[in-house]
Design a protein around this ligand. Sequence first.
Ligand code: SAM
Length: 233
Amino acid sequence: MRRGVRVACDIVRRVYNYGWRKLWTCLGPVLTGSQRKAISPISRETWDAQYRSGYWARLHDVSEVPHNSMIVGLLSRLKPNATILDVGCGEGVLFLAIRPYGYKAYVGIDLSAVAIMAIASAADDRTTFIVTDAEAFTPVELFDVIIFNESLYYLRDPLTTLRRYISCLAPDGLVILSIYHDSAEMEKLVRDVQAGLSVVADVKLCTPGGVWSVLALSAGASKHSNGGTMKDV
Ligand SMILES: C[S@@+](CC[C@H](N)C(=O)[O-])C[C@H]1O[C@@H](n2cnc3c(N)ncnc32)[C@H](O)[C@@H]1O
C-alpha cells in the first residue's frame, strides 16, 4: 500500500517537473490521433481544437527558427519585395519573421479560423489573411513566391496540389517548401519533389530539434536536385 502511494507521488512529481505543456506536447497528438507524421489530412475542427488548446504554441519555439530563417533568407536573397502567398500560414509565425524584411503584398491562407484569428490584427492594405482550404482555393492573381511551411504534407495529394500552385506563380516565381523529416513517407515526399520538380535551392537543416528540408522550386522544366547549392533565378 505504502509502495503504491510512493509510486503515485513519484508519477505526480515527474509530471509536475516535466511540465504539463511538454506532457501535452507528447501525449496530446497521440490522444487526439493527430501526430505530425506521415502524410495525413487533419479536419478543420481538429486544427481549431489544437490551436485553441495551445498545442501549436510550439511553432513559436526556438527550434522552429532555423527553417523559418532559411525561408526568410531565400526570400530576401532570391525574391526581395515579392508578392507572397503563404499556404497554411497558421498563427503567422513565419509572417512575423518575414515582415521586418518587407514585401510588396502578403496573403496568408489557413484552414483554421482559430489560427487566423491569432494573426488577423496584422492585416493592412498589403497584408491579407483568409480562412480557406488550400485544396479548394484558387488564387485570383499570380504570386512571386508561394510558401508551404510545414503544411504541404497535410494535404490529401501534396504533389498534385503543389503542381497546381506552381501554375499560380508569376513569371520567374518560386515556391518555397519546408518539410520536417520524421517518417519514411516524408523522406519520400522530399525525394519526389527533388526528382519531379525544378529545384533552385535545396537545403537540409540538421538541428537538435530535428531535420528539415527547405526547397525552392521554379516553374521551369523539372530536373534533379543540385544538392545543397543555390543559384540565381
Ligand atoms: C504545422 S502547422 C504550420 C503552420 C505555419 N506554416 C508555421 O509553420 O508556423 C500546419 C498548418 O497547415 C494548416 N492546414 C492544414 N491543412 C490545410 C488545408 N487543407 N488548407 C489550408 N491550411 C491547412 C493548418 O491549419 C496549420 O495551421
